[in-house]
Design a protein around this ligand. Structure first.
Ligand SMILES: [Zn+2]
Length: 104
């Protein structure tokens, strides 16, 4: 016979009992355990956002862009910083994916 445990006093009671015979507390029929969001979702979203930001800024700031930014951008930004931002976002998203499948 299936038995369940009273959440208040710990007494084991029958499956169909509505009230604990020991402490007189009501026993709900089903206790739902809600899981939190899956691990790694925050890192994946943040990484994808960084990648999008890096690619968008690179598109507009690079020389020869069809929609150039109306102020000069130092070449170090388009040559090193924006690719670094994109690759950092890629790494962050991969880290989140590895966390989601349980490797971290
Ligand atoms: Zn009880």
């Amino acid at each position: 016979m299936a038995r369940k445990q009273c959440a208040y006093c710990g007494e084991f009671v029958g499956e169909n009992v509505k009230q604990c015979p020991n402490c007189r507390e009501a026993i709900p029929d089903r206790v739902e355990i809600r899981k939190g969001p899956a691990a790694g979702g925050t890192e994946i979203r943040r990484g994808l956002l960084y990648m999008l930001l890096g690619a968008t800024l690179y598109y507009f700031a690079s020389p020869g862009s069809p929609l150039p930014i109306p102020f000069p951008v130092p070449p170090v930004v388009t040559r090193y910083l924006l690719p670094l931002l994109f690759l950092s976002g890629l790494g962050f998203a991969l880290f989140g994916g590895l966390r989601r499948i349980g490797l971290f």
